[in-house]
Design a protein around this ligand. Sequence first.
Ligand code: PLP
Length: 395
Amino acid sequence: MANPTGPTHGNDEFKKRSFATKLIHFGAEIDGVTGAASVPLYQASTFHQFSLDEPQAYDYTRSGNPTRQALEDYIALLEGGSRGFAFASGMAAISGAFMLLSAGDHVICTEDVYGGTYRLLTTILTRMNIETTFVDMTDLNQVQAALKPNTKAVFLETPSNPTLKITDIAAVTAWTKERDLLTMLDNTFMTPYHQRPIELGVDIVLHSATKFLGGHSDVTAGLAVAANDTLGRRLKQIQNGLGTVLGINDSWLLMRGMKTLKARMEAHELSARRLADWLSSNPAVETVYYPGLPNHPGRDIHEKQSLGYGAVVSFDVGSGERAKRLLSKVRIPLVAVSLGAVESILSYPAMMSHAAMPREVRHQRGIRDGLVRYSVGLEDIEDIIEDLEQALAED
Ligand SMILES: *Cc1c(COP(=O)(O)O)cnc(C)c1O
């Protein structure tokens, strides 16, 4: 039987090409049976077994489906990993990765971790007797000081959300490899276009594909990539065992979005750099957080490990009243949680993503009442700036 999607898994010819070419030619872009120019939607939950004596590639969609497999091979190729896995959401992917741990294990995690990951670690995994120490990952001494005899994993997120702090990935993995610790990294903000953590020694890369990879605010999905086959086999068992797989239509939609990742990221970033510069010279703005700014403390490290600064710019307008006024006056961005879409999205961490965090802890992490986060979309940057100018102006 012809291979329906011609998987890229282990295909060296594809691996050698540059990132831009991989985005378009990932092995499943032409259907092997009909020549169709997109991966077919195998909208089936089960597969007829032609012979009970010969095992088939697919038997039941939770365990494997050609459409989802094409996406999984696609993200593995882009991240330079061994195997990819598609989950129902970013949190499903992250939860799945933590299932590699066992009761009694200890995790070291960045204190600036995504709110959902924080919640998972502090309210669910604690009940499984997996404990976490949160540290400022920009300081390697703090990471090392958190080591316990039962430490098994280190979880990174860089740039962090929403103040875009930078962790030195290679410095952390040099240490975790010495100690035989599992290193996981949430690469949602950068995407493999800007940052490929496996090349820097990370074992498992995670994504909320709901954001830049999908890119259109129309699909909720998560992706995980294992650096090697051993971890890949273990993640496969977890994904199949938990059953938190991505549906077939969403797998297709995500691939459709990912093909334009480079074009989108480049356009997003050009605009984000311009916006960060403009905000920096605006007297109504107290602080601007963007790794591309010359005064960003993590800029040198970020430039060493990433190919771009990304599309997220956070800035502090000085007070909660002023932030709320800004949110009520902007006319271009969505005022919403989430990021990474074709449309600009303006978020208010103090009342949205970080509302559950105690005020003092929040302030200590720089998430003050005047802080807003702008995910720069693909609108004309001059329009975005003009809109912010009128929204920031005193009446
Ligand atoms: C949104 C997000 C997640 C969670 O992803 P979902 O798809 O919403 O489950 C995880 N990490 C980061 C950095 C995110 O921005």
